[in-house]
Design a protein around this ligand. Structure first.
Ligand SMILES: [Zn+2]
Length: 199
């Protein structure tokens, strides 16, 4: 077998990114090596630094560089209200919309019903551990309004069915197929204020 050359190795490696197939990977590799060599050096350095420094917040599971992220470390946040989201970007959207004064838990993924409701992509065990001996009384499920978001919300609602929390989900005022990340702050705030009680 012919040994893999450096250009092919880079192309292969770029395919790790979401929505990048062989053609886009080749275009990216060409661009980096032909026109953006400084950018490529910076990309390499930034990636190395991020791999070394970025880890998960011990409390909410989002990315951070210490033990706790700045939201969890902020003692003025309402400790009784926990909003569950898919990704760190959703926390950023909520903070921009300024519509949630409680804490977050970041699942770091979602359930894909097309792939058999595999729960290994969401941090359920960490969530259960987070809730143990906590002051949380209300849980707001803020998953996307997509098939994956609905499936994840269903799994969470089942998890909390017999537990003593008030549970709600964002209102359906969000565009159908809406991912929180791409919804404007006003619509997002409205969906939080008009959240509907599940139990
Ligand atoms: Zn945190």
């Amino acid at each position: 077998m012919k040994p893999i050359d450096a250009f092919s190795r880079l192309t292969q490696a770029l395919k790790v990114l979401p929505n990048v197939g062989p053609k886009s990977a080749q275009r990216m590799a060409y661009q980096l090596l032909q026109h953006k060599r400084d950018g490529a050096e910076e990309l390499l350095a930034a990636l190395q630094q991020a791999l070394l420094q970025v880890r998960h917040c011990q409390q909410c599971n989002t990315f951070c560089e210490g033990d706790l992220c700045h939201v969890c470390a902020d003692e003025t946040r309402a400790q009784t209200r926990l909003m569950i989201v898919h990704m760190p970007a959703d926390v950023a959207s909520m903070e921009t919309a300024n519509c949630h004064d409680g804490l977050y838990f970041v699942l770091m993924g979602q359930v894909n019903p097309a792939q058999g409701m595999d729960l290994s992509h969401i941090a359920l065990e960490k969530l259960v551990a987070r809730l143990q001996n906590s002051a949380v009384e209300e849980i707001i499920i803020a998953t996307n309004f997509t098939a994956e978001g609905d499936a994840t919300a269903y799994v969470l609602a089942e998890l909390f069915k017999n537990l003593p929390y008030r549970v709600s989900r964002l209102a359906r005022g969000m565009p159908l197929g809406g991912e929180l990340e791409y919804v404007d702050a006003g619509t997002l705030a409205q969906a939080v204020y008009e959240r509907r009680q599940l139990k």
